[in-house]
Design a protein around this ligand. Structure first.
Ligand code: IYR
Length: 219
């Protein structure tokens, strides 16, 4: 394909509107928490579709969009995913994770048990496409990790701003998702995101984010 430029659509905000929008976005996004206590209440499907549309608008290496989003709502599939994830996580927590890793996780209150994989009404499994497939021919993909990570960030923000709760879950290893969801060999599980509403008495760990002074350097 050749380079075909088109005019940029850019909406320049007046300075006061930009500042107000920036502050409002910051306020809303800072209320996002990783949730583990999900209610089974279903979510309007268009919220999920639009969030995935938004994630699909993310920038990516050579615009190859190396991602696939599999939305799981079927109770039997969710159960199989829970059982497979718990089998791996049980092994990890008991034998694979060294003490310093377990120490680092202690403030989060996690364990090998993953009931949210069944109670959340919806699981979004993000796959990264390590290469493209044109029939049997492999097409090289560039910056797959970065691209999938950016799209996942867009997705989490979109879901939060749509009033939904999410959990970024990374059972390890995740190969069982390829099998259960019958994905082809070029698609690798990247993130498993339970989505829904929190139960009324949901709790989250008392953790904080680093202040700006610690994460911003100006030179
Ligand atoms: N994958 C495990 C362990 C885990 C690891 C990290 I790093 C976390 O931030 C949270 C959990 C689990 O999901 O429990």
């Amino acid at each position: 394909m050749t380079y075909q430029p088109v005019p940029l659509e850019f909406h320049r905000l007046p300075a006061d509107e930009a500042l107000a929008a920036s502050r409002e976005l910051l306020r809303k996004m800072r209320t996002r928490r990783t949730v583990r206590d999900f209610s089974p209440e279903p979510v309007p499907f268009e919220l999920i579709e639009n969030a995935i549309r938004l994630a699909g608008s993310a920038p990516s290496g050579a615009n190859q969009q190396p991602w696939r989003f599999v939305v799981v709502q079927d109770a039997d599939l969710k159960r199989r995913i829970r059982l497979a994830a718990e089998a791996e996580e049980h092994e990890s927590y008991q034998h694979r994770m060294p003490p310093d890793w377990l120490d680092a996780l202690a403030p989060l209150g996690t364990s090998w048990e993953k009931p949210f994989l069944e109670t959340a009404p919806c699981l979004i499994v993000v796959f990264r496409l390590d290469y493209g497939l044109d029939g049997d021919r492999k097409i090289k993909h560039y910056y797959v990790q970065e691209s999938a990570g950016i799209a996942a960030g867009f997705l989490l923000a979109a879901l939060h701003l749509s009033g939904l709760a999410t959990l970024t879950h990374t059972p390890s290893p995740m190969g069982f998702l390829t099998e259960i969801l019958e994905r082809p060999r070029n698609e690798r599980p990247f993130l498993l995101i339970p989505v829904g509403y929190p139960v009324a008495d949901a709790v989250v760990p008392a953790i904080t984010k680093k202040p700006l002074e610690e994460i911003l350097l100006c030179r």
